[in-house]
Every structure is written in structure tokens, then in C-alpha cells.
Design a protein around this ligand. Structure first.
Ligand SMILES: Cc1cc2nc3c(=O)[nH]c(=O)nc-3n(C[C@H](O)[C@H](O)[C@H](O)COP(=O)(O)OP(=O)(O)OC[C@H]3O[C@@H](n4cnc5c(N)ncnc54)[C@H](O)[C@@H]3O)c2cc1C
Length: 708
């Protein structure tokens, strides 16, 4: 068999050698064209017998890169080298050559200044080589550990046969204790066989998943008969016994440790309240585990890839740029786990009691907790911060394995070429931006006539011209099917059905407030008019005097900083310092390329409300820092109420917009006029000078502005 190139260019790094065993999709070598370095991947599984190219060779599509000999599937002894996603010093090794490991097992910790991050396996298998020692300095992409993925000559029997001690020729199948779909660990009893009064258990010899039973209770069987079909599976974890914590009394109980709950807890503890937090999942909630932080970690990986492929514009030669989803996901996991541990440490330092389990109200002063820990929490005040979860849309085919939601996509390490994203809102467009940067074909199917419904069109235009996406507007997805390994999305546009083909589908629409399972009725807490979120007043109080609610469960603005600020506000009100929550002067950032950041009123909102306004803009194009960064797209715009002359809104599209919006946030929240900001000295050369220049537009005129 031959592996042929589908690309033309210069051969870069060759990642296999003669004798390497490859699977379908494994990288063989890289090919460099003008700005892009792309891998040639194997389209067969087998052993490399000859490599016909060398680094630096010019090749064209169709050239044979190497020859491959077939090896029987399942016995392939594939080795995977795990590379570093960190910079730092190797800590104590937790593993040795020959150890069996699972995905997520920690090889060692990497120390970098005050930061210590676990370096985890992205593969399951046996450790073949460890290429570093304790104390070594490592950098990203260094090769650290080699894993035998299929465990060498180890074979897996997919049909289980009786191998009994009993010498009785005919036996009867007794109780079958495992079910189809169950994962059984080595030593778990699958069924029993009986001969008269004798009963012999049949145990699993290795971890596997039961696919089908070939016998039923009462069947006559003999030694050597097949009794079940199984498939490979990772070892299931034994359920832990709940820890009994009895009754816990506190001033303030907080249900949920997302950005709303955990920050409210720390703030309240600093004001000397005795606080208990109840959490059924990971500390940090949606934001830290499957929301803001993991998405922004992956966005940063995509940004690094973009810098890398455009590095020659800045005189930096970097011809072997490629990316590896496993490395990106490992970076994301390391960030998430570091922050999650950080929340735990803050709780310990703050004297906050954490109870791990699901909380439900018993009455307006009691929450019962069950799960990892069982407890009864008695409180004076309570804050409900249970957040939101993905709501499954009623679309046929939504459960197919090629369809992801925003939780699943974050852990995907499987390569793919094309994706259809259902929903052009914030989450959909952030993923569209990541995948388009990584060179994938991206389709966005949006029900509305435009993406990012609340954002002004002049800002949307900049994003659309910077990321390569195929848009299908005014289109509703009707069904998703899988045909020949591809996902087929059928959508309706102006009454006509059409379809799109891609490798994967991401459904990026629909979240619902976590109001179920909390037994709100027992505490007497009421929902809003639509019955979809907890009803609160301006002071975050529910209809029950001692119970408050914050964050996504209140469905005001589903943003992490709104949840945490509602939390501070709720604690202030609990302490008797009456404070209203402001939902207008809230910044919002969309981390596309480039970033969009807005605050206050948008033009779209003002037109709808019939309010007269004036806009001033200043571009990044003439800013020295932006030009030196090659980031000249976009502008800063300020919106002034034509009658009151107050600055009531602003938007920034361009590099670092998410950080730059802070100036406008302080200005608008504190009603600072444009002239005061214009006369403030801003450092040069900085992107922030564009903000300063836009402010001048309302006084003596912007220097570089696009006055309208
Ligand atoms: C993909 C994605 C990207 C996002 N990006 C951003 C962004 O860039 N910026 C931004 O501001 N926002 C972003 N968000 C939104 C942000 O994550 C949420 O607004 C924020 O997490 C809400 O915080 P919360 O504290 O209200 O709830 P959550 O973060 O949802 O936390 C609620 C917690 O309560 C726990 N819980 C629920 N019920 C119970 C119970 N009965 N007992 C015990 N515990 C319970 C849950 O396990 C969870 O840990 C993003 C969201 C997603 C999905």
C-alpha cells in the first residue's frame, strides 16, 4: 500500500520512521506552502516499510510519500509520544516505565514560579519510555513520554467463553448479574453456572462492556461455550460511599459554586458571615468548567496558531506550524483544573464550609444534601445560585455521535475537517472563530437574518470579514442524519428544505435555568411569569424574605460577571446595606477574531426605543501599537444621548477589545463626560489611545476619528 500526498509544497518535519505502525488519520509528515503548514495523514493502517521523501523535498499532490504493509488491526503496537503543553521544571515522577495508565492520569507536576500544573496523559496504555527526569526544564512541544497505546502484543477477546473449574459435563446458567451495556471490571461477577448444589461464579478477566448475552438463565451449557459478546472499555470507578456530615448550622447557605455562588461565599465570609456552600458538581460551575474559561483557553490556542502561521510577516521563521487538538485540550484542562483547585483553596482560607452533594429545600430554613456527602444544612439566609444547563432542542438526530453540544465539543480531541454550527449567537460564533482559524470548513445555520442579534451591524461586518464562515440565515434546522460517516443537516429556508454535509455538528443554542430538582416549592420560592427562572426583585430577593437568587438561574443576563456582581449585591442586601443591581451598565465581550466588546446602549437598542443619539468613532488603523501588532481592523465607537449629552453606550471591535472596554465601563457607570476622558492622559503607544481619540470626537474633534 502507498500513502500519497494530497498537498503540494516543501516536505517539513517527518514524524514517522521505517517500522512505525500507523493508524488511519496518523500524521506522516508536514508540507509547507506559502504560509500554511499542513500534515499529510495516513489513509490506511499498517507498518511503514519505506519512506520515499526527505525533509526539504518539493512534492506535488499525488506523489507517493511512503509505503505501508498491512498489519492485523487490534494487534497494532502503536506508540504515541506525548508532548508538553507547559513551560517549567519537571516535578516528582508519579509513573514508571511499564505502568498502565488511563487518560487523565498525572505523569508529574510542572512547576513554573508560583504555578504548579499537572501534566496528564491524553492516552490510555502502557508507559514505554519517559524522556525526562525530575528537575529537567521543559518547554511546550518537548517530547516527554512515549505510550504503547495498544499495550504491545496484548489482545482483546470480544467473545467470552466459559473457562470453569467444574468438571461436570453439562451445567445450567444461573443468575446473570450484569446487564447489556454494563461495564464490568476484572474480577466482577458476570453470571453464575450451576450443577446441582454447586454454583460457580463466572468473572470478567479484564475490563469490558457487555454488548450481547449469548445465553439466558436456565440454559444448559458446557465448558468452552461462548456466553457473551463484549467490547473494550475503560475501567469503571467503584461508587464511593457517601460521607455523613449530619446537621450543619450557618448564617448563609449558598446553593451552587459557579461564579455567582463562589464569589458571593468569599465576599460574605470576609464580612464575617458563617457560610456553607453546597455543590453537586465541580467547583466553579459552568463558567470555569464548561463555559468562559475552557472556551477562552481554546480561543487562545487558536490565536497562538494564527500568530504562528503569520509569523513570517513579523520576520519570525516558523515553517513547521501545525496544531494538535489533544495538546489544546490538555492546555484547557490544565487551566480549568488549576482554577478549580484555586476555588477550593480560597474556600479553605476563607473558612467556608463546602458540602459536596445535591441540595434541595426541605423548608425555608433547611436544605437537605445528598450525594458524595449527606448533610442537613440549617440556615438564616440562603442564596440560590444553581446556574443553567444545556437544553436539548427537539431536533431529530440530536443524539447522534457526530452531534456535539457546547460541553462535548470542549473535550473533543478527534480531528475533523468540517463542522456545521447550529446557532450564530455568542457561543456559536466563538466556536466558529476557533474552527475557522484552525482551517476547518465552518457552516453557521441561524434562524434570524443575522449573527449576534444584539450587536450593531458595523461591528458584525468586521467580524464577518475576518473569519471564513459560510452563513445560512433565516434557516431552521429540521433534522440531522449520519450517512457514510458524514453528518447531514437538513434546514428549512423560506419554506424550502436544503441540506448541508459536514463531519461534525455543534448545536450552540438553548440553555435553561436549573430550577428543577431543588424543590423550590418546599421553601415557597416562586418562578417568574414565564415559569422559566426564579423571580427576584431589584435587590436579588425572591418572594421568600430570607432567600435570594443570583446568576443564570434568574435569567437576567446570563454572564459570569453579572452572576458574581449579583452575588456581591445580594450579600450587601443580606447585611442590610440596601443596593440595587444595575443591568444596563454591564459590559459584554464576544471573543471572536477580532473581539467585540460592548457596554450600555447599542444603536440597535436606541433605534428600537426611538431615542435620538450621536455616534463618534475612531479607527485602530491609524494607531501605532495596532499597526505594529498587525491588528488594524476595527474601531472604538461612543454613543451619546442627543438630548442629555450623556455617553450612554459604547462598542469596541478590534484587538484586545475585551480589556479596552473597561475604560468605557468606568466612564458610563460613573456618568463621566467625554471631555473628561479626552483630557485624561493615556500612555503612548497603546491601543487605549483609540478610546481617548474617540472621546475627543465629542469635543474638539477626534485626531484620527471617523466623525459621522
Ligand atoms: C460555552 C460557554 C461560554 C461562555 N462564555 C462566557 C464568557 O466568555 N463570559 C461570560 O461572562 N459568560 C460566559 N458564559 C456564561 C457563564 O458561564 C454563566 O453566565 C455563568 O457560569 C453563570 O454563573 P452561575 O453562578 O449563575 O451558575 P453556574 O456557573 O452554572 O454554576 C451553578 C452551579 O450550581 C451547581 N448546582 C446546580 N444545582 C445544584 C443543586 N441542586 N445542588 C448543588 N449544586 C447545584 C452546579 O453544579 C454548578 O456548579 C459562557 C457559557 C457557556 C456555556
Amino acid at each position: 500500500m502507498e500513502i500519497k500526498s494530497k498537498l503540494a509544497g516543501k516536505v517539513g518535519k517527518i514524524v514517522v520512521s521505517k517500522g512505525s505502525v500507523v493508524s488511519e488519520g496518523d500524521k506522516i509528515c508536514f508540507v509547507e506552502s506559502t504560509k500554511l503548514t499542513q500534515p499529510i495523514k495516513s489513509d490506511v493502517a499498517g507498518k511503514i516499510t519505506k519512506i520515499l521523501v526527505k525533509q526539504g523535498d518539493e512534492i506535488t499532490a499525488g506523489d507517493v510519500v511512503c509505503k505501508v504493509e498491512e498489519v492485523s488491526a487490534g494487534k497494532a503496537d502503536k506508540q504515541v509520544t506525548i508532548t508538553s503543553s507547559f513551560v517549567g521544571k519537571v516535578g516528582k515522577l508519579n509513573v514508571a516505565v511499564g505502568d498502565k495508565i488511563e487518560v487523565g492520569d498525572v505523569f508529574f507536576k510542572v512547576e513554573n514560579g508560583k504555578l504548579t500544573q499537572p501534566f496528564k496523559s491524553t492516552e490510555a496504555g502502557t508507559i514505554a519510555k519517559i524522556l525526562v527526569q525530575e528537575g529537567d526544564d521543559i518547554k511546550t512541544k518537548d517530547e516527554l513520554v512515549v505510550i504503547n497505546v495498544n499495550g504491545g502484543e496484548e489482545t482483546f477477546e470480544s467473545t467470552l467463553k466459559f473457562d470453569l473449574k467444574s468438571t461436570v459435563p453439562i451445567l445450567t446458567v444461573g443468575k446473570i448479574s450484569a446487564g447489556v451495556g454494563d461495564v464490568v471490571n476484572e474480577g466482577d461477577i458476570i453470571l453464575k453456572v450451576e450443577a446441582g448444589k454447586l454454583s460457580e461464579p463466572v468473572k470478567a478477566k479484564e475490563t469490558c462492556k457487555i454488548v450481547k448475552f449469548l445465553v439466558k438463565e436456565g440454559d444448559a451449557v458446557k465448558n468452552g461455550d461462548a456466553f457473551a459478546e463484549v467490547e473494550k472499555a475503560s475501567a469503571k470507578k467503584a461508587p464511593k460511599k457517601a460521607v455523613e456530615r449530619g446537621e450543619i448550622k450557618c448564617d448563609l447557605a449558598i446553593l451552587g459554586s459557579g461564579p455567582g455562588g463562589y464569589q458571593a461565599a468569599i465576599y460574605a465570609a470576609k464580612q464575617n458571615l458563617n457560610v456553607v456552600v453546597i455543590e453537586k458538581g465541580h467547583l466553579g460551575g459552568t463558567c470555569l468548567n464548561v463555559g468562559c474559561i475552557p472556551t477562552k483557553s481554546l480561543i487562545h490556542c487558536a490565536d497562538v496558531y494564527r500568530y504562528s502561521i503569520t509569523s513570517e510577516d513579523f520576520g519570525v521563521t516558523n515553517r513547521n506550524t501545525s496544531y494538535d487538538l489533544k495538546g489544546m485540550v490538555a492546555h484547557k484542562d490544565a487551566v480549568v483544573s488549576e482554577l478549580r483547585n484555586g476555588v477550593g483553596t480560597l474556600f479553605e482560607h476563607g473558612g467556608i464550609t463546602l458540602v459536596r452533594g445535591k441540595g434541595e429545600f426541605v423548608d425555608a430554613n433547611t436544605v437537605k444534601v445528598t450525594g458524595e456527602e449527606n448533610a442537613v444544612v440549617k440556615f438564616d439566609k440562603c442564596i440560590i445560585a444553581t446556574g443553567s444547563s444545556i437544553a436539548k432542542l427537539p431536533i431529530e438526530g440530536i443524539d447522534l455521535d457526530c452531534v456535539w453540544d457546547s460541553d462535548k465539543v470542549l473535550s473533543n480531541t478527534e480531528e475533523f475537517d468540517s463542522i456545521t454550527i447550529v446557532g450564530g449567537g455568542v457561543i456559536g460564533m466563538e466556536f466558529a472563530s476557533i474552527f475557522s482559524t484552525l482551517g476547518k470548513t465552518v457552516n453557521v445555520v441561524e434562524f434570524l437574518p443575522e449573527i449576534l442579534a444584539v450587536v450593531d451591524d458595523d461591528m458584525i461586518d468586521v467580524v464577518k470579514s475576518n473569519i471564513q464562515v459560510n452563513y445560512f440565515f433565516n434557516s431552521g434546522v429540521k433534522k440531522i442524519e449520519k450517512k457514510d460517516g458524514k453528518a447531514i443537516v437538513t434546514y428549512e429556508h423560506e419554506g424550502k428544505l436544503s441540506s448541508l454535509e459536514s463531519d461534525k455538528v455543534l448545536v450552540a443554542v438553548g440553555r435553561h435555568a436549573n430550577i428543577k430538582g431543588v424543590n423550590l416549592e418546599a421553601a415557597g420560592v416562586k418562578l417568574d411569569e414565564r415559569g422559566r427562572a426564579i423571580k427576584i426583585d431589584d435587590y436579588l430577593k425572591t418572594n421568600v424574605d430570607n432567600i435570594y437568587a443570583i446568576g443564570d438561574v434568574t435569567a437576567k443576563l446570563q454572564l459570569a460577571h453579572v452572576a458574581s456582581n449579583q452575588g456581591f449585591c445580594a450579600v450587601d442586601n443580606i447585611l442590610g446595606n440596601k443596593r440595587k443591581m444595575d443591568y444596563i451598565n454591564v459590559p459584554s465581550v464576544i471573543f471572536t477574531h477580532p473581539e467585540i466588546a460592548t457596554i450600555g446602549w447599542s444603536e440597535k437598542m436606541l433605534i428600537k426605543e426611538g431615542v435620538k443619539y450621536t455616534v463618534k468613532k475612531a479607527p485602530f488603523l491609524s494607531n501605532g501599537k495596532a499597526l505594529s501588532m498587525g491588528a488594524t481592523q476595527g474601531f472604538v465607537k461612543l454613543i451619546q444621548d442627543a438630548k442629555t449629552k450623556k455617553i450612554i453606550g459604547g462598542g469596541i471591535i478590534g484587538a484586545d477589545a475585551g480589556n479596552l472596554i473597561a475604560t468605557l465601563t468606568v466612564q458610563i457607570s460613573n456618568n463621566i463626560d467625554a471631555d473628561s476622558v479626552a483630557q485624561t492622559v493615556f500612555a503612548h503607544p497603546t491601543l487605549a489611545e483609540v478610546v481617548n481619540d474617540a472621546e475627543r470626537g465629542f469635543g474638539h474633534g477626534s485626531i484620527h476619528g471617523l466623525d459621522e
